[in-house]
Design a protein around this ligand. Structure first.
Ligand code: RIB
Ligand code: CA
Length: 312
């Protein structure tokens, strides 16, 4: 009998991250061992606060939230409050968290957990990879110590959301993403990109109605916190509703059988001005050995069912 799936979740907690946390809390057989927060969608204090309030709202129990890096490795922090709202949660009326962040820094927590318990832990990264990269600088074997590493990162088709060709998490800290790519092996590191989300995790009006028809506090929470993203999706990225990239990445981590198409390739990250954050996927026969598994398509109906089950 296999034990629970034990997760460490690194997040820049805004609206879709919150739904991903909710999915992890509410999926049977899953235990969140720790959450680490990173600046990205919102500044670090807000990311930590949103993580605490989401975990409490979902009755997660005693999950430590370790604050991490408050800015990218080299660049100034550029948030996505224009996408997620100033609070990152679509302005939803949420209580103040009762808990407080852990004293241990996220990077120290990641290094300790990987060293002491990595073989039983799955790392799921939902924001810029700053904490992971900072940990890799101190322990180059970090990624290999985990059972598996899933990242919501990149756009394998170079169709971007934050720029014409870049996905936000990689764009926000491209040097951190490059460090992760440099240390990764495709057997242990899987990226679920915005291309998969754009195709298989869009909350169309029908899906939004099915979610709201559940009429539960969690369903109302999941829908309400995405109010700002819904506006961005329909007005800027031209989708028929808000998409859920982090919950899609989380769903793949919880249930890899949802993957419908994936590829392995050697991936590098562009750090120049024009191409900042674009992932360069080398599919040539002469390419360097594959360092990432890229999930391209996911069972969209299966994903929706996981979300509905979690919010029921
Ligand atoms: O590009 C989508 C990613 O950027 C998601 O993780 C979202 O939360 C933002 O961090
Ligand atoms: Ca995120």
């Amino acid at each position: 009998m296999r034990g629970p799936l034990r997760l460490v979740i690194d997040t820049d907690t805004a609206s879709d991250d919150a739904v991903a946390l909710l999915l992890a809390v509410r999926t049977p057989g899953v235990r969140i061992e720790a959450v680490t927060t990173v600046a990205g969608n919102v500044p670090l204090p807000r990311a930590s606060r949103n993580a605490l309030v989401t975990l409490e709202f979902a009755s997660a129990g005693n999950v430590p939230v370790h604050p991490g890096c408050e800015r990218p490795l080299l660049r100034p922090l550029e948030t996505a409050v224009h996408v997620h709202g100033a609070d990152g949660m679509g302005g939803a009326p949420l209580p103040e968290p009762t808990g407080t962040p852990a004293r241990e820094h996220a990077v120290d927590a990641l290094l300790r957990l990987a060293r002491d318990r990595g073989a039983e832990l799955t790392l799921v990264a939902l924001g810029p990879l700053t904490n992971i990269a900072a940990a890799l600088i101190r322990d180059r074997q970090l990624l290999d110590r985990f059972r598996h590493v899933y990242c919501m990162a990149g756009a394998a088709d170079a169709c971007g959301n934050i720029s014409a060709t870049a996905e936000f998490n990689v764009w926000a800290d491209p040097e951190a993403a490059a460090i992760v790519c440099d240390a990764a092996a495709c057997e242990t590191v899987t990226w679920i990109g915005w291309d998969a989300s754009r195709h298989d995790a869009v909350m169309t009006p029908d899906r939004q109605r099915r979610l709201c028809d559940l009429d539960t506090p969690l369903a109302r929470f999941a829908h309400r916190v995405n109010r700002s993203v819904d506006h961005w999706a329909t007005e800027v990225t031209g989708l028929p509703g808000y998409d859920l990239p982090d919950p899609l990445a989380m769903a793949v981590a919880l249930n890899p059988s949802l993957v419908r198409r994936a590829e392995t390739a050697h991936v590098r990250v562009a750090t120049g001005d024009e191409t900042r954050g674009q992932i360069l996927v080398d599919r040539r026969r002469t390419a360097a050995p594959a360092n990432l598994t890229l999930v391209r398509r996911v069972d969209s109906d299966g994903f929706e069912q996981m979300l509905l089950d979690a919010c029921a």
